[in-house]
Design a protein around this ligand. Structure first.
Ligand code: ADP
Ligand code: MG
Length: 147
C-alpha cells in the first residue's frame, strides 16, 4: 500500500501519442508544477481517482515516468481516465488522488504488447478502486474543489 497523494492542474497538450498511436488517451498535466512530489515517487503505473471540475469523478490509471518505449527525457504525469468522454477536454482542471501502485515502469518489445499491458493495468485499476480501502478516496474534497 502507498500513502495517497494529490496533484492537479490544467490538462495540457502532449505529443498526441496517447490516443493517436495507442488508442489510449492520456490527459497530460504540467509535471514541472509538482516535480518534487513526482520525483519522490518511483516510476511506474499507479491508479486512483480523477476529478474534472465540470464533469465528475472517474477512475483512472496513470504512468509516472519516462515512458521507456518512447524514450522520453522528461518525467511525465498522464492519467488515462476510465470513461468514454467522446470529446477532448484540454484546458480543464483535473484533480488526481493517487491511491495505489500496480507495477514498475517496463520496456516492451512491441507496441502491441505495450497496449495489451495498459489494458490489463486498466482492468486491475477498475477492480481495485471498488475495494473500500481505495473507493473511499473518491470522496476526497480535493477532487471537487478547483482553486
Ligand atoms: P496528448 O498527447 O495531447 O495528451 P492524447 O493522445 O494522450 O494527447 O489524448 C489526450 C487527450 O484526450 C486529453 O488531453 C483529453 O483532452 C482527451 N481525452 C478524451 N478522453 C479521455 C480519457 N478517457 N482519458 C484521458 N484523456 C481523454
Ligand atoms: Mg497524453
Amino acid at each position: 500500500p502507498i500513502e495517497p497523494w494529490f496533484i492537479g492542474g490544467p490538462v495540457i497538450k502532449g505529443f498526441g501519442r496517447g490516443s493517436k498511436v495507442l488508442g489510449i488517451p492520456t490527459a497530460n498535466l504540467p509535471a514541472e508544477n509538482f516535480s518534487d512530489v513526482v520525483s519522490e515517487h518511483t516510476s511506474g503505473v499507479y491508479f486512483g481517482w480523477a476529478g474534472l471540475s465540470t464533469r465528475g469523478i472517474y477512475k483512472m490509471v496513470m504512468s509516472i515516468g519516462w515512458n521507456p518505449y518512447f524514450d522520453n527525457t522528461e518525467k511525465t504525469v498522464e492519467p488515462w481516465l476510465l470513461h468514454d468522454f467522446g470529446e477532448d477536454f484540454y484546458g480543464e482542471e483535473v484533480r488526481l488522488a493517487i491511491v495505489g501502485y500496480i507495477r514498475p515502469e517496463a520496456n516492451f518489445p512491441s507496441l502491441e504488447s505495450l497496449i495489451e499491458r495498459i489494458h490489463e493495468d486498466g482492468r486491475v485499476a477498475e477492480k481495485a478502486l471498488d475495494l473500500p480501502m481505495y473507493a473511499k478516496y473518491k470522496d476526497s474534497p480535493y477532487l471537487r474543489n478547483p482553486s
